[in-house]
Design a binder for this molecule. Structure first.
Ligand SMILES: NC(=O)c1ccc[n+]([C@@H]2O[C@H](COP(=O)([O-])OP(=O)(O)OC[C@H]3O[C@@H](n4cnc5c(N)ncnc54)[C@H](OP(=O)(O)O)[C@@H]3O)[C@@H](O)[C@H]2O)c1
Length: 279
């Protein structure tokens, strides 16, 4: 089936991004896909006939590079319908272990690049009065695990940003969904993706144990990136997509536990919450 819809996906040479690109191409969509190394992306996607795919080498830390990628996409396909902010990576360590450069780098990709792509795409979406933005956050952006404070900070940022953005752009016919996956079987937990604070401080035994637990999970994560790709395709075709979407039974469970905890805390501290009002 050939469809005219044009997707723009960041971080597409592996993992969820690559699964999504492949599925979209199989289903006849047009796809602009970014990677730090376009050749790696081209090799990963494999041979595609025709102009259906546009591989873009993009530096997601550069506003100029991102802006040019959108211009090239519109020049090639004539428009953009769906932006997927997928590029991102995990960063582990105690807050006092992670240095400024490591923090800045993770925020540059996990948060600032999401902001920059949304800023770049909105003029097109406003003009055509339609468009979907799908931001990949994480269950760590709602119910984070021990040892991943900085990663949680970036993914919470994506959650908050997306929730408000969804309301802000509604009047232009633009729909925003933030996706919170649980553990998915990608390269996320590989050394080539995951970053740990170089500086290690003695004594953080709970954090080391948590990191070991995640490392042991590599290759056996319950989430299937092919199924996630299909969900994203269905979501963009939906007239009424959700603003928040938790993917994976583990994400569902962790979110449910967190909601329960939030309600309990809120109720047990209700008198204190009310006590700060002017009488
Ligand atoms: N897998 C999970 O368990 C899981 C769970 C929750 C959320 N997520 C989120 O899902 C998204 C996709 O991750 P994945 O699981 O598919 O992991 P992955 O297999 O490691 O792929 C990550 C993609 O992000 C891009 N990326 C990684 N580090 C980057 C950097 N420093 N600079 C620029 N681009 C970078 C890469 O793009 P290029 O190499 O092509 O440039 C890569 O294609 C991420 O935002 C991640 O935080 C994953």
């Amino acid at each position: 089936m050939k469809t005219e819809k044009v997707w723009f996906i960041t971080g597409a040479s592996k993992g969820m991004g690559l699964s999504l690109v492949k599925k979209l191409l199989q289903e006849g969509y047009n796809v602009a896909a970014t990677s730090r190394e376009s050749q790696r992306l081209i090799d990963a996607v494999g041979p595609i006939e025709g102009p259906q795919v546009l591989p873009l080498e993009v530096d997601l830390t550069s506003e100029k590079s991102i802006g040019e990628a959108f211009e090239r996409t519109v020049a090639h396909f004539g428009k953009i319908d769906v932006l997927v902010n997928n590029a991102g990576y995990g960063i582990g360590g105690a807050v006092e272990e992670i240095n400024q450069e490591e923090i800045n780098d993770s925020f540059a990709i996990n948060v600032m690049a999401v902001i920059k792509t949304m800023q770049s795409v909105m003029p097109y979406f406003r003009q055509q009065r339609s468009g979907n933005i799908i931001n990949i956050s994480s269950i760590a952006g709602f119910a984070p695990g021990i040892g991943w404070a900085m990663y949680a900070a970036t993914k919470y940022a994506v959650m908050g940003l997306s929730e408000v953005m969804a309301e802000d752009v509604k009047e232009f016919g633009v729909k925003v969904t933030v996706v919170a996956p649980g553990a998915f079987r990608t390269e996320f937990l590989e050394e080539s993706s995951l970053v740990f604070a170089e500086n290690k401080i003695e004594g953080y035994s709970a954090i080391r144990a948590s990191h070991e637990k995640y490392a042991a999970m590599n290759g056996t994560q319950i989430g299937n990136p092919e199924m996630l790709a299909q969900v994203l395709i269905d979501l963009a075709a939906s007239p009424n997509p959700p603003v928040r979407l938790y993917l994976g039974s583990d994400a569902y469970r962790r979110a449910t536990e967190k909601i329960h905890l939030l309600s309990q805390e809120l109720e047990s501290n209700k008198p204190i919450s009310y006590s700060t009002d002017f009488n």
